[in-house]
Design a binder for this molecule. Structure first.
Ligand code: GDP
Length: 441
């Protein structure tokens, strides 16, 4: 492969719509390929109506040819887009022909990877392209669009700037060992660190919300057999799914249900009625239920007004960072009061009160009115958490007036933060991110 001429080509299709697509070409050979197809040099950003012919002169298709010279293109390289009649067979033939003219088939995500390498997008924006394509809800797609536009990246960069500012002060202090202690005792440094930690905490909250917008909210339903968990799942999902019976322990498997609430995706897992049992099948159900609980964003305890005191113990094993909601079901026969927030009285049977639960779930899923939403990934949360942990170390080191240690923690913090936008990134990370794209993107 002649690296200098390395030009990639692929059929880029609209998600889930084979046949609606273009042949996309990127690299130094793009203008020559355009010339060959057109019989003359293409005009930049102009739609040429043309007949695409193969090497024997036979017509492949009629269509539009668009040429975007570098650097004003998606990848930052010379880019060519060929729009045909939408037949997959013809698009494929056109792609082969482009390859005989010197291009090679693109790997998954390679167009976006080139855009990243050419500085057109940072890593978080590139990931948002993939999330946009894969979005399962309106709110998720809008949030991914905002991340692709750089909303999330700019917030990360703002924190990064604060961090660099602080590093300048600390590094300066350790450059003057005889005055280091005085420098480090300067309240300005402590104030900067406190402000930085506060900004980072705010960003972490927003980023976790962004992950939920992207992935959907995961809700694990727990409760004793027969309290109405399956009925509630059905009431939320709006159709019969889980098996509803009067026999305790019917729900032996975890039923996962995707529920769309005003354009948000919520994944509900109905756990087997948690209880000690000797039944092998049911014990396996309980094990899976516990698993689902650990992975959930919200634990939803379903109980009734008369059993709530005893049943609260079922939430004892729920990890600290998981939100809890208590549902007082069967209020049609067992009246209960609701606070509309963490304790909601409803009837899965009559549907009364179910909308209050929907509203609360939407709130927990991170959807906010207005345009503050952006999408994020778990990887970003981990990077922010690692950054926050380093800032705790830096704080301790500063309190102990240990300048070198504080400086080192701040350096590491900056590297962790830089993993989000890709200013500090290992090659294997890039491989795993772009490898998960579809071909042609
Ligand atoms: P699970 O074992 O917790 O999944 O409970 P089910 O959903 O299978 O419900 C057990 C029984 O309670 C069924 O007979 C349901 O019809 C009944 N049930 C569920 N929700 C309500 C409710 O809100 N009111 C009344 N009266 N009965 C309910």
């Amino acid at each position: 492969m002649d690296r200098d001429n390395d030009t990639i080509a692929a059929i880029a299709t609209a998600a889930g719509m084979a046949g609606v697509g273009v042949v996309r070409v990127s690299g130094p050979l793009a203008p020559a390929i355009a010339h060959s197809l057109l019989g003359r040099a293409p005009r930049a950003r102009h739609a040429h109506l043309s007949v695409f012919r193969d090497t024997t002169g036979e017509t492949i298709d009629h269509g539009l040819l668009l040429y975007f010279p570098a650097p004003a293109s998606y990848t930052g390289e010379d880019v060519l887009e060929l729009q045909g009649h939408g037949s997959m067979v013809l698009l494929d033939e056109l792609l082969r022909h482009v390859c005989t003219l010197g291009a090679r088939l693109a790997r998954a995500g390679e167009f976006t990877e080139r855009a990243f390498l050419n500085g057109k997008l940072d890593l978080a924006q590139a990931e948002a392209v993939a999330d946009l394509i894969a979005a399962r809800s309106r709110a998720g797609a809008h949030a991914a669009m905002r991340s692709m536009e750089g909303v999330f990246s700019r917030k990360v960069e703002a924190v990064q700037e604060q961090l660099i500012h602080l590093r300048v002060h600390v590094e300066a202090a350790i450059d003057f060992p005889e005055e280091e202690i005085d420098f480090l005792a300067d309240p300005v440094i402590q104030r900067q660190l406190d402000a930085l930690r506060a900004s980072l905490d705010d960003l972490l909250i927003e980023t976790r919300r962004g992950v939920r917008l992207n992935d959907g909210l995961s809700v694990a339903i727990v409760g004793r057999p027969n309290v109405g968990k399956s009925s509630l799942l059905n009431a939320l999902a709006g159709r019969e799914r889980a098996i509803v019976t009067d026999i305790a322990g019917t729900t032996r498997d975890i039923v996962h249900e995707l529920v769309s609430l005003d354009g948000m995706v919520i994944e509900l897992a109905d756990t087997a009625g948690l209880r000690d049992t000797d039944d092998v099948v049911e014990r396996e159900g309980v094990r899976r239920a516990n698993d689902a609980l650990r992975k959930a964003d919200v634990a939803l305890l379903v109980t009734t007004a008369s059993s709530v005191e005893d049943d609260m113990a079922l939430l004892d094993d729920v990890p600290e960072d998981i939100a809890r909601l208590v549902i007082l079901n069967k209020q049609d026969v067992d009246p209960a009061s609701s606070d509309g927030k963490d304790r909601i009285a409803l009837s899965a049977l009559t549907g009364e009160g179910v909308n209050a639960l929907r509203a609360r779930l939407r709130e927990l899923a991170g959807f906010r009115q207005g345009d503050g939403n952006f999408s994020a990934r778990r990887r970003h949360v981990l990077a922010l958490e690692a950054t926050a942990a380093q800032l705790v170390h830096a704080d301790e080191a500063l309190a102990a007036r240990a300048g070198e240690l504080a400086a080192e923690s701040l350096r590491t913090a900056q590297a962790s933060l830089g993993e989000i936008t890709g200013s500090h990134t290992a090659d294997d990370l890039l491989g795993s991110i772009f490898g998960s794209f579809c071909i042609g993107k």
